[in-house]
Design a protein. Sequence first.
Length: 265
Amino acid sequence: MAAPPGLPSPWSPLIRVPVMRHSFYIVIEYYCAILAFMDIDTSNGKLYIIATPIGNLEDITLRALRVLAEVNVVFCEDTRVTGRLLHHYGIEVKMQSLNARTEEHKLGLAIELLQGGKDVAYVSDAGTPGISDPGVRLVSAAKAKGVEVVSIPGASALTAALSIAGVPTNRFTFLGFLPQKKGRQTALKGLAVAEHTVVLYESTHRIVKLLREFTEHLPDKSVTLAREITKMHEEVLQGNSTELLEILEANPQKQRGEFVVIVSS
């Protein structure tokens, strides 16, 4: 639309620059207000919680690789495991272990670096940190100090197994690993009466024991075993607990690997 004679066009620099500048200041003020409301200290670095492959090294996002290459230090569950991943993608970055054995003294170091303006990443050995994995205490401590925590989503054995199980997923409960002693019988009884899908993890050394317990507490429930997801020997077995127990006892090689166990009606 043309401007009246003697007046600048609405799209001329004389009009556009002040408007753009005004809008810029409004955006900045709005952003600062949000940060203040969230109690985030902008002088801190950022903590990135990064999901890594659960088996196949190709299962990592481009964003995860970029952030791993850009941060000042990567805290990880095991530097040997994470080192192989970083080496595979040609990423050179400082690493520090932070796991159940080291977090008492490494937690303070991570927070100190973050408060010093350094960007920090945390990864577990496989999958998404904090989901039956280390990382929870670090995230909690960082948030308490006003550090911004950023999720870099990706692989998770939990969702991967559910996506290929063919069971109802509109509602499900995730239990992680069942307690080994106190509370185990209560958990098994809860599984027996659950009316929705329940997911848990189990190790190669205890999967047979778990199935034996299932035959006693929930013999009629449908059970899905997903093992070695994304790896060469990935396998999904389905049936009741008695059927699956017979398969695993007759084929000890099928007891190998980490298991995602899905119980459904």
